[in-house]
Design a protein around this ligand. Sequence first.
Ligand SMILES: Nc1ncnc2c1ncn2[C@@H]1O[C@H](COP(=O)(O)OP(=O)(O)OP(=O)(O)O)[C@@H](O)[C@H]1O
Ligand SMILES: [Mg+2]
Length: 491
Amino acid sequence: MRLLHRRKPKSSPHPWEPSAPLLHWAAGSPWSVGDSFMGTMVFGSTGSGKTSGSMAALCRAMLRAGYGGLFLTVKPEDRQTYTEYVRDTHRLSDLLVFSPDHLLRYNFIADEMTHSRNPVGLVENLTTLIMTVTELGERGSTAGSGGENERYFRLEAMRLCRNALLVLVLSGELVTIPNLHKLIVSAPQSLERIQGGEWQATYCGECLQLADNADKTASQRADFDLALSYFLHEWPALSHRTRSVVQSTLTSTTDMLSRGAARDMLSSPSPNVSPSMMYDGKVMIADFPVLVYRDVGQLIQVILKFMWQRAHARRDTTKNNRPTFIVCDEAQLLLVEEDHRFQAISRSTRTACLYATQSVSGLVDALGSNSEPRVHSLLTNLQTRVCHQQTDVRTVEYMQQLIGRSRSLLMSGNQTRDENWLAPMFGQDNGASSGFSEAWEFELQAGDLNGLAKGGPPHCVTEAIVYQGGRRFPNGRTWLKARIPQEPRRA
Ligand SMILES: Nc1ncnc2c1ncn2[C@@H]1O[C@H](COP(=O)(O)OP(=O)(O)OP(=O)(O)O)[C@@H](O)[C@H]1O
Ligand SMILES: [Mg+2]
């Protein structure tokens, strides 16, 4: 079997045409620009060669073809690894590093305000973003159990967020996370406080009055009346316990966004980075590895990913068709529900999402109980699946079912040996029987996945089973075994 082939520039169509090959899994089996837009998930047990095998090959291929993109980071060494790919593909002049010790800063609210068509659009988009970040905080807690209670509290937190943002936007106050936080915590807590009129002196009360007096369209007036009724009647009438759970669900996120690195990097007064820079070929490493920065690293990178996806979704690819990527190794730590929504439209946005994780079980565990349907929905939309050596039974079964069964003929034979054991040689029947039976067996056996080469010396080659939805490879099958060499390590 031949090793992974590189794209041959001379014989290719324009490098950004969907049919242009980026690499070859084996001779005659290209992975093209169009394939990259359909999304890719790399699976493999720990040390199976995900990062140094297929992820490295796919990242380098996209960089070589001139993609812009965003690298998310989990391990401390990720920045170094991605910088090497960028250097090796002669793209250092496109490299941007988003980290506290570099000068790049972003402002997600300012970015959203530039692109939202109207205040209602802005409120909806920011609500979705804040609820997405809130989802991260709920993982691993009892609130992440996926039950009825959790759904109720989530819906209530979303209502609070939407109403508070609407009031803030219509009031003409600066739309910032600290102001949103202030408005939420100062909202009237009881009907008595409403009757006593004290609420009017609070920040929430001031914003309500400013929004009431501001010029509004008929539709904005109707929305504002709902928000007014919410803060003056519904919110204070909730039971104390419900109100405090709903409020803390939201304020734990707004609080985190208002402090330290999250505030400095994502709410900068003088932002100098935006997703549209990727369309000019910039390649940004979000150097907030989750294993170093923990919750803050997750929060910053999930917001970047969300905003990048939103920008790509509204992008006009007829004006600039440069492909872009979003790459995330150890993706279980950074995947959120919004990702599968984006994946459903990523093809038309010319975005290649490339994720790697150890196993289906690991993904389900990380996304919280009851997340299996969401995991499968995401996987369904990631058409290329690359599976390195695997020991997780769930992933093995998943790949087996994906690839399906094929017919195999089993030959059976039986012979009773009695004293005249030479009889068959002379054409005499001696109680022997034979036959064929037909069986539909999984085409891919567990041993095919367990036994794949994991890389490392002396051969420095990793192996993986590659499956691409709806594709038949020259070997006549829907899958093939690729051999992917590891690039030599740098000293
Ligand atoms: N450039 C390289 N040359 C040779 N061997 C390498 C190279 N990079 C990694 N290895 C070795 O290859 C094997 C696979 O490593 P790799 O880091 O790619 O696995 P992984 O699947 O990403 O693991 P993890 O889940 O721990 O991230 C390991 O034994 C590793 O030490
Ligand atoms: Mg790895």
